[in-house]
Design a protein around this ligand. Structure first.
Ligand code: GLN
Ligand code: MG
Ligand code: MG
Ligand code: MG
Length: 471
């Protein structure tokens, strides 16, 4: 049962709450917060909202029209597990006081519009999303910032060990090697207690945990598998999951990162997204076609593959994202689908029960804003269904090692953020249907992300010294 305003007021009493903390997510996917003392909090906050200055949020309003309202969603209420003073947290929509409507650039409101579009189109009642955000945990000991950025000592120094073969560093017998993290028992895996603590907090906050484990990369790569849910709720959970992971790691004197490719030469972090669409209590993805899929599901795949390069701008939104999308590290490069093949962009996981039938998009990464990422995937999939876009034959071979004549027939994901932004600019009509994404927001998104492209393009890279210094 979703929590109501009355439930929230009861939680405030029962937990002797001293502060109420309002949270919202910006375009880049970063959560922000503002707190009010409990004396300034009552039921009216759920009607009138809480005013704040939106002028400093990147990609939002300018200083001349900066007043915004946060409208808390009572169903998201939780007691924060980290603050000293009892604090109740609430996820919020952002309202534009100019017209009292959800702000067109608020990712959470946009995700709600995507759900509403699906219902209004009659294609489905509910779309389920099951993301798998992977992450790295590093010791938060600074090595220095001589390259203009912070370098963190990796959990077990094994990357340095593997590249330098420097035996001076002591006995590394219990350290995972490159691609050796998945998933020997301790002491090779030293993250069990920390992950367990993260999982207990997730469950305490209402997010069902299904599994936790070390991941394939050597240097403290991990994954906590949590249950699927409907689009907006699941995106809220991703934000909460990132918050808990980052803060538990911090309490252990470590840092967690969701950047897609922190270590050269080892696996990066993906955020595979499992999806299915239901109507009248039935999973519309179950059928008797390839891998037990319906035509509906095949068309949904067709839509994702057709629009994948534009989607990349949202599902893989950083310059670093494209360092993950290379062959050899379990991340996809080819825009194909397959029941088994982890080198394909879309995988159909084997599930005996048709209720669990779903597709897994493997190209997204955890630096994506979950609201925008899930909304964009849904819009692409539904566009495939509406236009009956068949995805062609399934791929059965290892797509990393195809003979050249076959290789050139299968398209690839984008190779850079600027390429993805160009595709998004040209291929945006599937996103603007029903006003889910507005043209103005897509333009602002491209501007914001081009600033990152330009900043990175202007930076001199260590690899350039290696390649060019001594020429
Ligand atoms: N880390 C891989 C990726 O980048 C996925 C590994 C896995 O979960 N099998 O997508
Ligand atoms: Mg997984
Ligand atoms: Mg994984
Ligand atoms: Mg997966």
């Amino acid at each position: 049962m979703a929590k109501t305003v009355a439930d929230v007021m009861q939680m405030v009493k029962d937990n002797d709450v001293k502060f109420v903390d309002f949270r919202f997510t910006d375009t880049r996917g970063k959560e922000h917060h503002v707190s009010v003392p409990v004396s300034a909090f009552d039921e009216d906050k759920f009607v009138s909202g809480h005013a704040f200055d939106g002028s400093s949020i990147a990609g939002w309003k300018g200083i001349e029209a900066s007043d915004m309202q946060l409208m808390p969603d009572p169903s998201t209420a939780n007691i924060d597990p980290f603050f000293e003073e009892p604090t109740l947290i609430l996820s919020c929509d952002v309202i534009d006081p100019a017209d009292g409507k959800p702000y067109e650039r608020d990712p959470r409101s946009l995700a709600k519009r995507a759900e509403a579009y699906m219902k209004a189109s009659g294609l489905g009642d509910v779309a389920y999303f099951g993301p798998e955000p992977e992450f790295f945990v590093f010791d938060s000991v600074r090595w220095g910032n001589e390259m203009g950025g912070a370098f963190f000592q990796i959990e077990s120094e094994e990357a340095a060990w593997n590249t330098s073969k420097d035996y001076e560093h002591g006995n590394k017998g219990y350290r995972p090697t490159v691609k050796g993290g998945y998933f020997p028992v301790p002491p090779v895996d030293s993250g069990q207690d920390m992950r367990s603590e993260m999982c207990l907090l997730l469950e305490q906050m209402g997010i069902p945990v299904e599994v936790h484990h070390h991941e394939v990369a050597n240097a403290g790569q991990m994954e906590i598998g949590t249950k699927f849910s409907s689009l907006v709720e699941r995106a809220d959970w991703v934000q909460l999951q990132k918050y808990i992971i980052a803060n538990v790691a911090h309490a252990y004197g470590k840092t967690a990162t969701f950047m897609p490719k922190p270590i050269v030469g080892d696996n990066g972090s993906g955020m595979h997204v499992h999806q299915s669409v239901w109507k009248d209590g039935k999973n519309l993805f179950a059928g008797d076609g390839y891998a037990g899929l319906s035509d509906f599901a095949l068309y949904y795949i067709g839509g994702i593959i057709k629009h994948a390069r534009a989607l990349n701008a949202i599902t893989n939104p950083g310059t670093n994202s494209y360092k993950r999308l290379v062959p050899g590290f379990e991340a996809p490069v080819k825009l194909a689908y397959s029941a088994k093949n982890r080198s394909a962009s879309i995988r159909i996981p084997y599930v005996a029960n048709p209720k669990g039938r779903r597709v897994e998009a493997r190209f997204p990464d955890p630096s994506a804003n979950p609201y925008l990422c899930f909304a964009a995937l849904l819009m692409a999939g539904l566009d495939g269904v509406e236009n009956k876009i068949h995805p062609g034959e399934a791929a059965t071979k290892d797509l990393y090692h195809l003979p050249p004549e076959e290789d050139k027939l299968i398209p690839t994901v984008c190779h850079s953020l600027d390429q993805a932004l160009e595709y998004l600019d040209k291929d945006r009509a599937f996103l603007t249907k029903g006003g889910v994404f507005t043209d103005a927001y897509i333009d602002a998104y491209i501007d914001l992300k081009m600033q990152e492209v330009t900043r990175f393009r202007m930076a001199v890279h260590p690899v350039e010294y290696d390649m060019y210094y001594a020429l």
